[in-house]
Design a protein around this ligand. Sequence first.
Ligand code: F6P
Length: 526
Amino acid sequence: MFETLKSLAAARDGRRIDALFEQDAERAATFSIQHDGLLFDYSKTQLDSEVVEALLAVAEGADVAVRRDAMFNGQKINETEGRAVLHTALRNLDGAPVLVEGEDVMPEVLKTLARMEAVAHEIRGSEITDVVNIGIGGSDLGPKMGAIALSPYHDGPRCHFVSNVDGADIADTLKGCNPETTLFIIASKTFTTIETMTNARTAWDWLEKHDVSTDGKFVALSSNKEKAGEWGIPESRVFGFEDWVGGRYSMWGPIGLSLMIAVGPEDFRAFLRGGLAMDTHFREAPLAENMPVMLALVGVWHNQVLGHATRAVLPYDNRLSRLPAYLQQLEMESNGKGVSMDGADLAFNSGPVVWGEPGTNGQHAFYQLIHQGTRVVPCEFMVAAKGHEPELAHHHALLIANCFAQSEALMRGRTLDEAREKVAGKFEGDELERQAKHRVFPGNRPSTTLVYETLDPETLGKIVALYEHRVFVEGVILNINSYDQWGVELGKELATTLGPMVTGEQGADGKDGSTRQLLAFVHNNM
Ligand code: F6P
């Protein structure tokens, strides 16, 4: 499938990216997309017109446009679970009909949004000082990432996020909360996730321990309204969503309630509008001018064609500190699959390892490897043209300078001659050579940069939707199901069997030697 691209890559092996700019003064404009306040620049890569054409042919061959329309039209593209994939309906603010099995889902979506807004207003206007969202994975990462990203807009109660089953998480969080004025949001699509249910029970016990009534102190966000009811949460405090919203795509609906409470319904709507704007672009722009499509094709080029196993997401935006973690779930849970739709083994790499940290912090930690390590790590930089602190504009100028310096340094590198010049005068002869070698940067390392005007709610919506659609396009090209996650099951099952072995209620017979040894150590030291 990638043969043509691989031969194009081989023919470009060793070609300098910086030389491409010397040959073509228009390169930056040609290999970038500007749309609706975003600039996506992928010119600092090996992509050229021939490669782009071949990548687009792969996208066309995979029927990206047809599959995209199938997704938006409510077809059951999540074939292993027999579900539609319609998180886009949650941000379809104009309410244009979206049909699932012939039924328009929009009236219910908009009704739930209105109920969320009402409860958000109520909570924001009440004595509640702290809201604790208890959820994990998609029921945690999105709203948490969003709450940090939109902190300049945060004018509601304090929001906390408890996810880990490690009791340290909830214990540390509750230390700072007053039981009288704390509200708990139990966020779980299934309402069965062991971490979330354990933490929710602990929260309940905490209120009881402080003689505070649990009435009105819990809200549930779930597709499993029955279980939420059984748990003791009245229907009026349950916000449901359908199975066509995947956990890692769910921050646009009820799972976003904590974010809505933090920033207010209006800003939450602006976030939805941003997502909708990206949906419209994704549906309407020709593939070559389509930001999610081109972001995906750059990803395919780096991962499946060139074989780079990881990609770093490097937001030069401290408030996007949780974006890499959010994208790890979005991308790796979606596209970390080893079989294609028809069950055949994948004949190429699945999605890459995604990792990252905000700049400039990463520069002082792991960029050494990115610049001089033996493996190439394609980098995805992002930065706002304007920060939220006008009085600290000099910080922001430095931030941008650092961001752009990194992509330039990765591309240009430093030759041995340049390195020699750096150390000339300090060393001589063989020692000069040796010292110079350590200061060589191979360069020619690819990166993309996304620049946006400012990180406001609408822009955050655009960025999240951009990455969602990127994942979709990559998944379509790989012909995998981006919307199931069977790979998380085995560990969950084994944890269930291991539970009584850890507490000593059951022996560890049948377990492997390593697991028995680990259990024995714990038993001797617990
Ligand atoms: O274990 C993986 C997973 O199913 C994710 O896909 C999901 O986001 C997370 O667990 C939490 O699930 P739930 O919202 O049902 O508690």
